[in-house]
Design a protein around this ligand. Sequence first.
Ligand SMILES: NC(=O)c1ccc[n+]([C@@H]2O[C@H](COP(=O)([O-])OP(=O)(O)OC[C@H]3O[C@@H](n4cnc5c(N)ncnc54)[C@H](O)[C@@H]3O)[C@@H](O)[C@H]2O)c1
Length: 347
Amino acid sequence: MSSSNKYNRVLVTGAAGFMGSHLVDYLVDKGLEVYGLDDLSGGYMRNVNPKSQFTVLDLRNEAGVRNYINQIKPDLIYHLAADATEGRSHFTPLECTSRNYMGYLHLLIPAIRNGLKRMILTSSMSVYGNQQPPFTEDMPLRPEDVYGISKAAKEQATRILANVHNFEYTIIRPHNVYGPRQNKADPYRNVVGIFINKLLEGKQYFIYGDGLQRRSFTYIDDCIQPMAEAAFLDHLHGEVINVGPEEEITIKELSDIVLAEFFPDPADRKKFAPIHLPERPQEVKNAFSSNQKAKQLLNYQPKTSLKEGLGQMIAWARQIGYEKPKYLDQLELDSPNMPKTWKDKLI
Ligand SMILES: NC(=O)c1ccc[n+]([C@@H]2O[C@H](COP(=O)([O-])OP(=O)(O)OC[C@H]3O[C@@H](n4cnc5c(N)ncnc54)[C@H](O)[C@@H]3O)[C@@H](O)[C@H]2O)c1
């Protein structure tokens, strides 16, 4: 790995969020001067590293972001701030686009003006849509939801603006990351957090459809190191890299492991067997990626088994306890296709 003094001021957006806060910890431990930004819409002050310089700021506030960037002049940015509610984005397309795409441009434009050297953009597997998995980075961008559109748009804007304005970038596409600090009170996303939070409430959770949707899950520690180190490798400029394990499992299998880790007594596992509901609209059935490129370029080696990672997450979640899910007062579009769990606030 190259030296960590390549950059003077590092900014992490989404620094109070799940992945952003772990990334800040990693960079602080590496001895870097780290600035963090978050509007706390999905993150928590309890996640913020006290050794970082943290500011509460909403990326939709263009003038505020411009002033902030003019002051700190980051030469490296890890962009993680996002409205990451993929399944909700059909019902809140404006919220998703303004937070994700417009918010990103509000950040990127003053950063370029102030001498940005490298952008590490956190994209998502959602850009692949319904193509045949395992997804490889050379596949076309074919998102199936508004969230995926915003991620694809950010990728394209980065590529184009980097070519014209001469900064380096690397795009990371993680998938289904889980672990301690994940927001488990958001009823619209984070399947693992939702399952565990419901069990902490002493109730059964819900599975959409037959539970045979196939996914692969990444433990947070396995994702953060390659993401962080991507900034320090010269040969990664312009690369797009999937980060996550290749082993896929169904949501039903995931549920079985969560129950087994949560309840030592098999009788309890039976009592809390999940309740099945109709499929969600536009949900991609099977989504998992190839990680050959991450292994080659980033020395990516996932180490944590699902059982072990879920055990760690459950131990953390028990410390926090049950948290009441936070629903939006109103979605931008209502529809009979809206999941019953949201309409009737069942999560
Ligand atoms: N967790 C996953 O499984 C996963 C998978 C693929 C991609 N990603 C991407 O990784 C990034 C981090 O995801 P996460 O799981 O840590 O989610 P998270 O919600 O915990 O973190 C995102 C943070 O962004 C903040 N934020 C949202 N809108 C903002 C705005 N307008 N201004 C400033 N801050 C704002 C939120 O408060 C939150 O703390 C996101 O870009 C997400 O799309 C996550």
